[in-house]
Design a protein around this ligand. Structure first.
Ligand code: SRM
Ligand code: SF4
Length: 591
């Protein structure tokens, strides 16, 4: 990074904000429906984005188009673990203050959309009142920490992973009191509202980074006054169940399990999906395996890695500021050496264990304690009621009547947990009565797909995604059934722009919005998420995506090896062979 270059404006906004305050308090009460430039950037660290419904922009002759501003409010939920009361309250907030929907995100979080500025404070206060938080759900800090949500109580492992997710989230949270001052202080008494500031469930103990720095910032001992150069994402997973997509994260901890015990973690660094096509220096990356550490080293090693990115990540070009670019610039050995210097001790080489499986946890499973959990597939994570599907109402009834535990998955779906055997049929009846398809009734391709939000609220969307994928899957289901591939499992992920919010660059089929109504088709990644896919076709109109994929499925059907997955098949054949087959493929006549 050249010292001569100037920091980007966001860096100045952070530096001048007095630890994430800036003009937010004044602008919150200025009577406008929007915030200014600095506040917009700072607000992200408080968990909210200024947006507008892009379909409602009205162009008037001679005037700029008018935006109808509203806010997306994201809750950070480590490991996606919630209570029924918390889910109910978020659904209520969506109805009372938002656009009547709630969305489960691809990182086990929850989002309200369409919250007007005058309801922002109330929404954040009410989220804190139910012991959730929006702090650091977005912004240049540690984001929601993902971990496998399956409540397998037959082993101690899953509980340890959840405890670790809670510990990391708590340890790497911003410490500035700005969040509490701005959103939670009682105006009349000046008292802070009681919020969930209790420590985590007690995992490994940590200092605030080793070796202790004499110049540690008094307010933000880990981040300092300008926080990180960019967002930072951590996930914790298991080799046989990489349901959190470890390799797509800045930092991944893969538990190594021997004789039923976690003996340590492989540390993966530098994953990230975002691409800016206009900037040829940007690219998606799967993480690299850096080290093996003991469970009690996790917090300090995580802190050391965060501090290396804090001190050496690029602050002059946000497009190149993620940790993957620092690792690429330095090479892994130099990066590891710097982490060791910050940590204070050498780190072992990675354990040979690696990811071997991926479980979406859908359907019925015994928990190991006599109770059951049920994974319900929620199409693209959107919880809403329509004329035909009353999902939101069904979830309300389930939460009130059965009071299950709730876990959000990294595939935008949810698990109802801790159900007694005699509640199983009641759960299914409630869902069926509200026309909510049971997971078992959903095709494999739909179940293993996901789409990002995109239009109309995402300001960066180029194409449709969430609203386009269901129709595309309708067509694809017919073709896959015709080919006898209806039961094959492969991941299909769509995004409305190249930023990659549904992780489309390491799955079997990625569909990435590139220009109006046109998508890049990527193939050859896989469910395990440890390999990037490659561009098969660019700028394919939405209506031609299924016809473009069809020859590949026909080839797969004809030439696959036993148990070979679609992504592995495409990877083995290579682009030239796939293209050769597709060019000679004649679509069978309809019967
Ligand atoms: Fe994302 C920006 C939605 C997961 C990479 N993402 C955005 C914004 C905030 C658009 C913006 O900056 O104005 C989107 C808000 C849309 C809306 O209306 O809600 C947005 N991202 C989402 C969610 C809601 C997608 C979803 O459908 O579930 C996910 C929220 C997760 C959460 O709870 O925290 C979401 N975003 C991801 C992921 C997947 C992941 O983390 O596992 C990625 C790829 C992994 C990564 O970070 O590399 C991702 N989002 C991005 C990027 C590209 C970052 C980069 O390195 O270049 C942006 C753009 C940016 O940061 O400049 C972005
Ligand atoms: Fe928006 Fe692009 Fe992310 Fe989709 S991938 S939510 S369009 S930023």
């Amino acid at each position: 990074m050249s010292d001569a270059k100037k920091p980007v404006p966001v860096e100045n906004f952070k530096a001048q904000s007095n630890y994430l305050r800036g003009p937010i308090p004044a602008e919150l009460v200025d009577g406008n429906a929007f915030f200014g430039k600095a506040s917009i950037q700072l607000l992200k660290h408080h968990g909210t984005y200024q947006q507008d419904n892009r379909e409602e922009r009205t162009a008037r002759e001679g005037m700029k188009s008018l935006k109808n501003f509203s806010f997306m409010v994201r809750s950070r939920v480590p490991g996606g673990k919630l209570t029924a009361e918390q889910l109910l309250a978020e659904i209520d907030l969506g109805d009372e203050l938002g656009n009547s929907t709630l969305r489960i995100t691809s990182r086990q979080g929850l989002q309200l959309h369409g919250v007007p500025k005058h309801s922002l404070r109330e929404s954040i206060r009410r989220i804190n009142a139910i012991k959730l938080t929006t702090l650091a759900a977005c912004g240049d800090v540690e984001r929601n920490v993902m971990c496998c949500p399956a409540p397998h109580h037959g082993d101690a492992i899953h509980q340890q992973l959840q405890d670790l997710a809670d510990s990391i989230a708590h340890h790497l949270r911003p410490r500035s009191p700005a969040y509490y001052e701005i959103w939670l202080k009682d105006d009349a008494s000046g008292e802070e509202q009681l919020v969930s500031q209790a420590g985590p469930n007690g995992h490994s103990h940590s200092t605030d980074g080793a070796p202790p720095s004499p110049s540690a910032d008094p307010v933000e001992p880990i981040y300092g006054p300008t926080y990180l150069p960019r967002k930072f994402k951590t996930a914790i997973g298991l080799p046989h169940d990489n349901c959190v997509d470890l390799y797509a994260n800045d930092l991944g901890f893969m538990a190594v399990v021997e004789n039923g015990q976690i003996t340590g973690y492989n540390v993966l660094v530098g994953g990230g999906m975002g691409v800016t096509p206009a900037n040829k220096l940007t690219y998606p990356a799967v993480a690299k395996r850096m080290a093996f550490i003991q469970p009690d080293q996790v917090l300090d090693v995580a802190t050391a890695i965060v501090k290396v990115q804090r001190d050496f990540g690029n602050r002059t070009d946000r497009k190149l500021a993620r940790m993957k670019y620092l690792i690429a610039e330095w090479g892994l050995p130099r990066f590891k050496a710097k982490v060791e210097e910050y940590y204070g001790r050498p780190l072992s080489d990675p354990h040979p264990a690696d990811v071997t499986g991926f479980d979406d946890h859908m359907g019925w499973h015994e928990q190991g304690d006599g109770r059951w959990f049920y994974g319900l597939n929620i199409e693209n994570g959107r919880i809403l009621d329509t004329d035909s599907l009353r999902l939101k109402t069904a979830l309300r009834v389930v939460c009130r009547q059965l009071k299950p535990g709730i876990r959000l998955t990294a595939h935008q779906s949810l698990l109802f947990t801790d159900l007694h055997p005699d509640q199983r049929s009641t759960l299914e009846s409630i869902l069926t009565d509200h026309n909510v398809p049971l997971t078992e009734q959903i095709s494999a391709v739909r179940r293993w797909s996901m789409a990002c939000v995109a239009w109309p609220t995402c300001g960066l969307a180029i194409t449709e995604s969430e609203r386009a994928l269901p129709g595309l899957l309708d067509q694809l289901e017919v073709e896959l059934a015709r080919l006898g591939l209806a039961r094959d499992v492969f991941t299909l992920r769509m995004t409305g722009c190249p930023n990659g919010c549904a992780r489309p660059y390491n799955c079997d089929i990625g569909l990435v919005g590139k220009a109006a109504d046109r998508y890049t088709i990527l193939i050859g990644g896989r469910l395990l998420g440890d390999r990037l896919n490659v561009v098969y076709r660019d700028l394919v109109p939405l209506h031609e995506i299924v016809p473009t994929l069809l020859p590949l499925f026909a080839f797969f059907k004809a030439a696959r090896q036993p148990d070979e997955t679609f992504g592995d098949f495409c990877h083995r054949q290579g682009l030239d062979e796939l293209t050769r087959f597709a060019s000679q493929y004649a679509v069978p006549a309809a019967t």
